[in-house]
Design a protein around this ligand. Structure first.
Ligand code: THU
Length: 139
């Protein structure tokens, strides 16, 4: 079984930087690339609300902007500010679709974590079945 401990630790650490003055909900993500780099991200909210970005897409944007496009897994940790990680924080639909852009759904793992001991692992295929991808646009 793959050891996700370090990736989970990075997600929990990244959550500390969440900028969430409006919802108070803090999320951290850590994205593992095929060449074993880790890009972290946190949610970044905005007074105008719609410009806000989720932790997962923050991490993916950092990776892609650095030229890294091949991903193995992402760990996610989220809970309200000041609360322990007592619940699983699942990725929103928009983030699932953005993951779908860069990976094969049955070969990318989403680790939803409360701690390095307590976590769930899904493939993107499980969380986004029958999905829409670029190949559908080819004529
Ligand atoms: N959020 C994430 O960062 N990731 C998700 O997948 C779900 C939601 C953030 C967005 C917003 O800043 C806060 O959590 C409440 O929705």
């Amino acid at each position: 079984m793959t050891d996700y401990r370090n990736l989970i630790k990075e997600a929990i650490r990244a959550r500390e930087n969440a900028y969430a003055p409006y919802s108070g909900y803090m999320v951290g993500a850590a994205l593992l690339t095929n060449d074993l780099r880790i890009y972290t991200g946190c949610n970044i909210e905005n007074a105008a609300f719609t410009p806000g970005i989720c932790a997962e897409r923050c991490a993916i944007s950092k990776a892609v902007s650095e030229g890294s496009l091949k991903f193995k897994a992402i760990a996610i940790a989220g809970s309200p500010r000041g609360e322990a990680l007592t619940r699983y924080s699942y990725p929103c639909g928009v983030c699932r679709q953005v993951m779908r852009e860069f990976v094969k759904p049955n070969d990318f793992f989403i680790i939803v974590a409360k701690s390095v001991e307590e976590y769930q692992v899904f493939t993107l295929e499980q969380l986004l079945p029958e999905s829409f991808g670029g190949e559908q646009l080819s004529v």
